[in-house]
Design a protein around this ligand. Structure first.
Ligand SMILES: *Cc1c(COP(=O)(O)O)cnc(C)c1O
Length: 364
């Protein structure tokens, strides 16, 4: 059986280093907001090319705190991708604002910049983009639009560690870049973790307070904050994996090349462009008989995923909050199939997936 991803397998090459880092933290006797967190923040900020990096508890909190820290008028409209993972939308709601959905381009699964003018309202104050599946959005067009209309810009980089547009990394285009280090992400911890990148000194200072009860100095509270700290153990483990991130990305990109070359023509593959450096958090193909193809793969020993089975506007949690028709989001959710593409997979695994797919008898 080829798993969609086995995290033990993905981390196998780093096991000795991870174990040494964990032991170092346990023996240090210091477990929350210490040397490891500061070191990881400095190293990850440098990697991304941002002036500041603030570690937080998870990706959702990175989004909520960043949006809160912008201090927009309560109840502002924030433009967000209709096909994003629901966390982006939940963060906007938690921060006291209204998500306004913008459809994606099917070829990239990313927010379509051409639809931004039509989505603007009198209350629009920000855009929150998601770099879907490890492919960066067209930040040239989106950042220009935000600037022209005086909108704040937040990047959801939970799937895009190291993704670039014209050599510029995701997490450096807007006011803040929000990262998740959930175990399955391209840079994954051994538990929950997240971070925010920004070049804005004032925003960074506010975020450092907000993540720790509104306090930077013990028992002095400047803002009504929360407890959303990155812990020393996760930070130490992330420092190990950050050193291998470029190699893991190169591995995923090599596996994507095999798919690009060896999948049959009738599969709709991700768009590749010279100026987009894709990190393939997900290799998402599309096919009208997605469910039959998925079952066929399972019957032949290949596990896959769907990102995502239900679009946000169809979720029960969003009844009365999100309205309107989103045919592109529906089409993606009906036809997308995510193929195995992890650090634990070999070129042979991926070739096998291609061979199995080639044996599928399509009726459409
Ligand atoms: C994973 C993910 C998040 C949430 O990250 P957590 O660390 O699980 O809170 C947010 N947005 C997107 C697009 C994600 O894929």
């Amino acid at each position: 059986m080829i798993e969609y991803e086995s995290l033990g397998q993905s981390n196998a090459a780093f096991m000795t280093e991870l174990e040494a880092a964990a032991v170092r933290v346990i023996r240090s006797g210091w477990y929350v907001l210490g040397k490891e967190v500061s070191a990881f923040e400095a190293e990850f900020g440098t990697y991304i090319g941002a002036k500041h990096c603030i570690g937080v508890a998870n990706g959702l909190d990175a989004l909520i705190l960043s949006i809160e820290a912008l201090d927009l008028p309560k109840g502002s409209d924030i433009l967000v991708a209709a096909n994003t993972y629901i966390a982006t939308i939940l963060a906007i709601l938690r921060a006291g604002h209204q998500p306004v959905l913008v459809e994606a381009e099917l070829a990239t699964f990313n927010m379509d910049p051409a639809l931004l003018p039509g989505a603007m309202t009198k209350k629009t104050r920000a855009i929150c983009v998601t770099h879907m599946f490890g492919k960066i959005c067209r930040m040239d067009a989106i950042a220009a639009f935000a600037k022209e209309h005086g909108l704040k810009l937040i990047e959801d980089c939970a799937q895009s560690h190291g993704a670039k547009l014209n050599g510029k990394m995701s997490g450096t285009f807007g006011n803040a870049g929000c990262f998740s280090f959930y175990p399955t992400k391209n840079l994954g911890a051994v538990g929950d973790a997240g971070a925010i990148t920004t070049d804005d000194d004032a925003l960074a200072d506010r975020l450092r307070h907000l993540r720790n009860y509104g306090s930077k100095q013990k028992y002095v509270n400047k803002y009504p904050g929360v407890n959303s700290r990155l812990d020393e153990l996760q930070a130490a483990l992330l420092r190990v994996k950050l050193q291998h991130l470029d190699a893991m990305t190169a591995h995923k990109r090599a596996l994507a090349d095999i798919y690009d070359q060896h999948l049959p023509d009738w599969v709709i593959k991700p768009r590749r462009r010279e100026d987009e450096f894709d990190v393939f958090h997900i290799y998402g193909i599309r096919h009208p008989e997605r469910d039959a193809l998925r079952q066929y793969l399972l019957d032949n020993g290949v596990k896959t995923e769907v990102h995502y089975p239900i679009p946000p506007h169809r979720q029960e949690a969003m009844a009365g909050i999100l309205s309107g028709n989103y045919p592109i989001a529906e089409e993606q959710h009906a036809t997308e199939l995510s193929l195995p593409i992890s650090n634990g997979h070999t070129a042979d695994d991926i070739q096998r997936v291609c061979d199995v797919i080639s044996g599928f008898t399509k009726t459409k």
